[in-house]
Write a protein that binds this ligand. Structure first.
Ligand SMILES: *Cc1c(COP(=O)(O)O)cnc(C)c1O
Length: 390
């Protein structure tokens, strides 16, 4: 049985009529950029996330960029972020002339290791960007503590974890600002590139809103140097349809993850972390051929990815090849940590060793987890893993 890494049809096909009606509504409105649809989408997301303000923008990358710009991050500043993340997290910092300072990850949850934060903070540090990778909460309280002690801003990169929680709080609403993405593969997948910034801070919200539209306020009077980071009305209107079904999509992701975990943990060569508390000695990666993803106690994960470690020389790549031969999609998020990327060579010069994320980059493999994945398909994925581990 063929199983793709991602198939958007099970999400979008049942909504076809609703989506088509919305398309017609926007077409007839003649209003294609910002406007009522975008404002309505912003209010709906703000309410669901529990933030006072939401500013819809053109992508998740632009959400990070606008957040950093609103916080006036620029040349000479340092921003702490993980190295084991998607490029955009650090790319936006560099684009503003600031320096990304890379910190190693927790071996259990793959997120920023908070016990390493103090050593990374300097008088030039302005902000920390915890990334909630794969839909799992980073240890936000430890990040907030460090930020408070040193007067730093916290921008949550919640691109992969929309809808996830940490101790009952929606991710994105916990730090000073939260950056969301609606890239089609994300938990709330749009119909193109879109993103959104949330904050409780009135003046940050005002700045972000102005920056989104060329720093313009009022019309043709430019208080700030912003850009065109506006969301299209059509995208907002279509996203509003999917937002109504969002919890259903999340439930399916969670159900798929439990299904995998319950069956894979019974295989002989598979191990799990005893706890998933960052900084804990018990988080040494278990000596097993395959290690299942760990979840923080108190965290509600949304499983944007289900990421298994395959341990031993060449094991991950061999597993990937086996999947390919059997028609099963898989992907390596991410094969090269950011401090090893040529474009960050300068920033990486002052970077300490980051052994956890280097090991992860060589071992991780993400398997199909999308809403609509059938039990037969999950069984097919499990069977290939079981064969491989035998
Ligand atoms: C997807 C992603 C982004 C960027 O979002 P886009 O909408 O693709 O620009 C940023 N950070 C992380 C961790 C992501 O996964």
């Amino acid at each position: 049985m063929k199983v793709p890494l991602l198939d958007l049809a099970p999400q979008n096909a049942p909504l076809r009529e609703e989506l088509a009606a919305v398309f017609a509504r926007v077409l007839e409105s003649g209003r294609f950029i910002l406007g009522e649809e975008v404002e309505a989408f912003e209010s709906e997301v703000a309410e669901a996330v529990g933030s006072r303000h939401a500013i819809a923008v053109s992508s998740g990358t632009d959400a990070l960029l606008v957040a950093l710009m609103a916080l006036e991050i620029g040349p000479g500043d340092e921003v702490i972020c993980p190295s084991f993340t998607f490029f955009a997290t650090a790319g936006c910092v560099s684009r503003l002339g600031a320096r990304p300072v890379f910190v190693d990850s927790c071996p259990a949850c793959f997120n920023l290791e908070p016990s390493l934060l103090e050593a990374a903070i300097t008088p030039r540090t302005k902000a920390i960007i915890p990334v909630h990778l794969f839909g799992q909460a980073a240890e936000v309280d430890a990040v907030l503590d460090a930020a408070k002690r040193h007067g730093l801003a916290v921008i949550e990169d919640v691109a992969q974890a929309h809808g996830a929680e940490s101790d009952g709080r929606q991710l994105g609403s916990i730090g000073d600002m939260g950056a969301f993405s609606f890239f089609p593969t994300k938990n709330l997948g749009g119909f193109g590139d879109d993103g959104l910034v949330v904050t409780d801070d009135e003046s940050l919200a005002k700045r972000a809103r102005t920056l989104r539209n060329h720093g313009m306020s009022p019309k043709y009077h430019h208080q700030l140097v912003g850009g065109n980071f506006r969301m299209d009305a059509l995208q907002a209107a279509l996203l509003r349809v999917k937002l109504r079904h969002f919890n259903h999509f999340l439930e399916q992701r969670c159900r798929n993850a439990s299904y995998y975990t319950e069956r894979l943990r019974d295989l002989g060569a598979v191990a799990e972390f005893p706890v998933a508390v960052c900084g804990s000695a018990e988080n040494a990666v278990p000596e097993a051929k395959a290690v299942l993803p760990a979840v923080h106690p108190g965290g509600k994960a949304t499983w944007n990815q289900y990421t298994i470690r395959f341990r031993g020389e060449g094991a991950r790549d061999a597993m990937r090849k086996r999947f390919e031969q059997r028609g099963i999609g898989s992907e390596v998020y991410y094969p090269v940590p950011l401090h090893r990327q040529p474009c960050f060579a300068e920033a990486a010069k002052s970077c300490p060793e980051l052994p956890v994320c280097e090991a992860a980059a060589g071992e991780v493999l993400s398997i199909p987890i999308y809403p609509g994945l059938s039990d037969e398909m999950k069984d097919a994925v499990i069977e290939v893993i079981a064969d491989f581990l035998e």
